[in-house]
Design a protein around this ligand. Structure first.
Ligand SMILES: Nc1ncnc2c1ncn2[C@@H]1O[C@H](COP(=O)(O)OP(=O)(O)OP(=O)(O)O)[C@@H](O)[C@H]1O
Ligand SMILES: [Mg+2]
Length: 481
C-alpha cells in the first residue's frame, strides 16, 4: 500500500516551481469548509478525547504528538492524521512528520519543503486551510499513496508562534470535513501544544543536567516545578472542559425554556389582544355608529367625526387581528399547518411585495401540535430573514412528508449569508433567529442544513414523521438528530 514517504528535501526551495503545477488557489477549498453543514459539537466526546490526551501525557509524555494524531483521527473520523513540525536542522527549510496515525502511518519521518508545500502555505497565512488534490500543485505528492482527496490543516503553535501544522486527510471522496473538524483540531491542538512546550523545556533542562554531570539543587527544583505545572495544567484543562460541557447543557436548557415561555407569552398576548382589546374596539365601533345615527339631524359635523372615528376603529381592529394572528395563529390548532401557512404567506406577500411560492401537497394531514408550531415558526423566521437580509425578490417554500420524514425547505435567490456570519452560524454561534431555530429543531430531534452562496440561501430541515413512529413517549431519547 505504501510508497516511500515524501523526502524532506524532495523539493528544495531553490528548485523552480514545475511549469505544469496548478495554482495555489485552484487546490484551496477552505471556504467550502464553512459552507458545509456542520455536525453539532459533541462536547462529551471532546472531553473524553482531552482526557485520553491527558492520560497519555501522564503515562508516556514522549508520545504526546502520536496520541494527538490518533485522537484527531478518531474524532474527525478521517483516514489519516498527523503533525508537521519545522525542522530545526538546516535553518528550518523543511517540515518533518514526527507523528502520523491511520493509513499514512508508514510515512512517519517524511516531510515537505518549507517554501513549497501545504504546511508552508498554512504558516504563511497563519490560518486554517483546506486543500483538495494537493498533488496537482505539489507534484512530489504524486507517488505517495493512498492519495489525498481532501486535507484540512490548522497551525500548531508553540510559545504563540506557529511552528507546524496539525492535519487530517480524507483519502476517500465520500468523506468531507466540516467546521466542527476544525474546531476539534484547534481545541485538541491547543492543549497538546502547551503540553509539548513544557515537555520541551523539561527536556532542555534534563539535557543540561546530563551535560554539566551533576544536578544542582536549583535545577532539580526547576525540573520538579515544571513537572508539577504540567500536571496542574492537565488537570485544569480537564476541569475547564467538564465545566464548559455543563455550561453548554445549562445554556441549552435555558434557551429552550425561554422559547417555551416566549411561545406561551405570545399565545397569551394574542388572546388578550383578540379578546379584550378586540372586544372593546367592537363596542367602541357600535357606540360611534349610534352617535352618528342620533346626531344626524341636530349636529351634522359630529356625524363626520363619528364616521371617521368608526373607520379608524375598523382599521385598528383589523391590525390588532393580524397582530394577534401573527403572534399565535389560532388557525394552526384549528385547521393545521397548510391552511395557516397559506394565510401567513398571503399576508406577507401583501405586506412585503415578496413573490413567495408555497408547495405543500394535498392531503398533507396533521402533525403533532408541537411540530406544527415549530414548522410554522421556522417558516416565519426564514421568510423574515429573506425579507430583511437577502435582497431576494422571491422565496420558495417546499414542505413534504415522505419515507417516514417531514421535510421543509426555504430557498431564496438573494446575495447569500456573508461568509464570516455563515462560519459563525455553522459553528453553532448563538444568535436569536437561526440559533432559536436550531434549538427548536434539536428539541424535536430534527436536522438542519444551511447552504448559502452568492446566488442565494437554502435552509433544509427534516424530522422523523410522528405518524411513522410507534406511539412511544420515549422516542426523543432513542433517536438522534
Ligand atoms: N436568507 C438570508 N440571506 C442573506 N443573509 C441571511 C439570510 N438569513 C440570515 N442571514 C444572515 O445571517 C444573520 C443571522 O440571522 P439570524 O436570523 O440568526 O439573526 P438576525 O436576523 O440578524 O436577527 P434576529 O435575531 O432578529 O433573527 C443575519 O444577520 C444575516 O446577516
Ligand atoms: Mg432573523
Amino acid at each position: 500500500m505504501t510508497t516511500s514517504p515524501v523526502s524532506r528535501d524532495g523539493h528544495s526551495s531553490a528548485t523552480p516551481i514545475p511549469m505544469d503545477a496548478a495554482s495555489l488557489e485552484s487546490i484551496l477549498c477552505t471556504e467550502e469548509l464553512y459552507r458545509r453543514q456542520s455536525r453539532p459539537p459533541d462536547y462529551e466526546r471532546e472531553n473524553n478525547a482531552l482526557g485520553e490526551l491527558a492520560n497519555a501525557l501522564a503515562d508516556s509524555p514522549r508520545t504526546i504528538l502520536q496520541t494527538l494524531a490518533e485522537t484527531i483521527l478518531a474524532v474527525c473520523e478521517s483516514d489519516s492524521a498527523g503533525i508537521s513540525l519545522l525542522s530545526t536542522e538546516g535553518g528550518g527549510k523543511s517540515f518533518y512528520w514526527p507523528a502520523i496515525a491511520g493509513q499514512w502511518k508508514p510515512h512517519i519521518g517524511g516531510g515537505t519543503p518549507r517554501d513549497f508545500g501545504p504546511c508552508g502555505d498554512v504558516l504563511d497565512r497563519n490560518t486554517t486551510l483546506m486543500f483538495r488534490h494537493v498533488e496537482r500543485r505539489y507534484t512530489y505528492f504524486q507517488p505517495v499513496t493512498p492519495a489525498i482527496e481532501e486535507c484540512l490543516l490548522v497551525p500548531f503553535y508553540v510559545d504563540g508562534r506557529a511552528v507546524g501544522t496539525i492535519w487530517s486527510i480524507a483519502h476517500d471522496k465520500r468523506h468531507k470535513f466540516d467546521a466542527e473538524d476544525e474546531r476539534l483540531m484547534k481545541s485538541l491542538g491547543k492543549f497538546a501544544s502547551s503540553a509539548y512546550q513544557m515537555l520541551a523545556s523539561l527536556d532542555a533542562l534534563k539535557f543540561q543536567i546530563a551535560e554539566r554531570g551533576r544536578a544542582d539543587a536549583e535545577l532539580r527544583t526547576l525540573v520538579n516545578s515544571l513537572e508539577l505545572q504540567l500536571q496542574i495544567r492537565t488537570e485544569e484543562v480537564i476541569k475547564q472542559n467538564a465545566d464548559s460541557l455543563k455550561q453548554t447543557e445549562r445554556f441549552r436548557s435555558i434557551s429552550y425554556r425561554l422559547m417555551q415561555v416566549q411561545d406561551d407569552e405570545r399565545r397569551r398576548i394574542a388572546r388578550e389582544l383578540h379578546d379584550s382589546a378586540g372586544q372593546i374596539l367592537v363596542a367602541l365601533g357600535l357606540n360611534l355608529a349610534a352617535i352618528g345615527l342620533h346626531a344626524r339631524q341636530i349636529l351634522p359635523q359630529v356625524v363626520i367625526v363619528a364616521e371617521d372615528g368608526q373607520r379608524l376603529v375598523q382599521q385598528l381592529s383589523q391590525e390588532i387581528r393580524t397582530m394577534s394572528y401573527l403572534l399565535h395563529p389560532p388557525l394552526l390548532s384549528e385547521t393545521g399547518l397548510p391552511e395557516t401557512l397559506r394565510w401567513y404567506v398571503q399576508g406577507l406577500k401583501d405586506r412585503s411585495g415578496l413573490d413567495i411560492s408555497l408547495n405543500i401537497p394535498e392531503g398533507f394531514g396533521r402533525l403533532s401540535p408541537e411540530m406544527e408550531l415549530v414548522i410554522f415558526r421556522l417558516v416565519q423566521e426564514c421568510l423574515t430573514n429573506v425579507h430583511r437580509h437577502s435582497g431576494s425578490k422571491s422565496a420558495a417554500i417546499r414542505i413534504a412528508r415522505e419515507a417516514g420524514r417531514v421535510s421543509l425547505e426555504v430557498q431564496d435567490e438573494g446575495k447569500g449569508i456573508p461568509p464570516e456570519k455563515l462560519r459563525e452560524i455553522q459553528s453553532q454561534g448563538t444568535g436569536v433567529g437561526i440559533g432559536g431555530m436550531r434549538e427548536r429543531i434539536r428539541q424535536l430531534d430534527g436536522h438542519m442544513r444551511i447552504q448559502s452562496s452568492g446566488s442565494g440561501t437554502k435552509i433544509s430541515v427534516n424530522f422523523l414523521d410522528p405518524a411513522s413512529q410507534p406511539a412511544n413517549p420515549e422516542r426523543r431519547l432513542a433517536t438522534s438528530g
